[in-house]
Design a protein around this ligand. Structure first.
Ligand code: BG6
Ligand code: MG
Length: 218
């Protein structure tokens, strides 16, 4: 069992807010313009993985020049940022604010571990940027999920051992990353996350802080 749990680390997209639809619309726009097929099922495979890996998966083995890849990623990001402009504090998923407040009230540190380079911007639009002790985003490490590097970076910033942290993730790549790093894991939602230590199909709304702490009690 764990040492005493000292921190909760949250993925952003799919756990705190639902930006998956915006990622889908932005990639779909690019794919349509380039005559590539891209479905919602294809989009499910992009959950939690970096922009670069998303492009690789969208290309399905088709090779393009590096300059073209960079230009396409920038175009997709510009489309995505157009959609982000519509985000307001109402776009936190149900149960998120009470859960974050309860975690802080229980004396835990709270942090973000997101693959997105837009994470800070999204948090600011949601009005919750200042609540977190540390924000790890797509800019802080080279190796992205399912590599453990991002969560380990966050643990370092929080000054905790990885087995003192619980990671909340909606994506298979994110749960894999956290497990490899030696964290405790809570799978949020219904994607391919059954290998997490604990699963909450109804998101943070279906969980209490005390329930999570009881599960990982030393
Ligand atoms: C993750 C999303 O949080 O961030 C992925 O789940 C996305 O779908 C990744 O590809 C990178 O996001 P961004 O904003 O840096 O393109
Ligand atoms: Mg996610």
């Amino acid at each position: 069992m764990a040492d005493q749990i000292r921190a909760f680390i949250f993925d952003l997209d799919g756990v705190i807010t639902d930006t998956a639809e915006f990622h889908y619309l932005a990639w779909k726009r690019l794919a349509d313009e380039q005559g590539l097929s891209f479905t919602r099922e294809d989009n499910d495979q992009l959950r939690g993985v970096s922009r670069r890996e998303s492009l690789n998966r969208l290309l399905k083995g088709k090779a393009i020049h590096e300059e073209t890849a960079l230009a396409w990623m920038e175009r997709k990001n510009n489309y995505y940022r157009e959609y982000l402009a519509t985000i307001t504090p109402e776009h936190c998923l149900p149960g998120v604010l009470p859960f974050l407040n309860a975690a802080r009230a229980a004396g835990l540190k709270i942090a973000i571990g997101s693959a997105s380079k837009n994470a800070r911007d999204v948090l600011e639009r949601l009005g919750i940027l200042q609540m977190f002790d540390t924000i790890g985003d797509g800019n802080v490490v080279l190796n992205t999920k399912p590599a453990p590097d991002l969560f380990v970076w966050v643990a370092g910033r929080l000054d905790i051992y990885t087995n003192q942290g619980v990671v909340f993730e909606d994506a298979e790549a994110g749960i894999d990353a956290a497990l490899r790093g030696g964290f405790w894991t809570v799978g949020v939602g219904t994607a391919n996350i059954q290998h997490a230590h604990m699963v909450s199909p109804n998101g943070l709304a279906g969980l209490s802080v005390q329930q999570v702490l009881a599960r990982f009690k030393a």
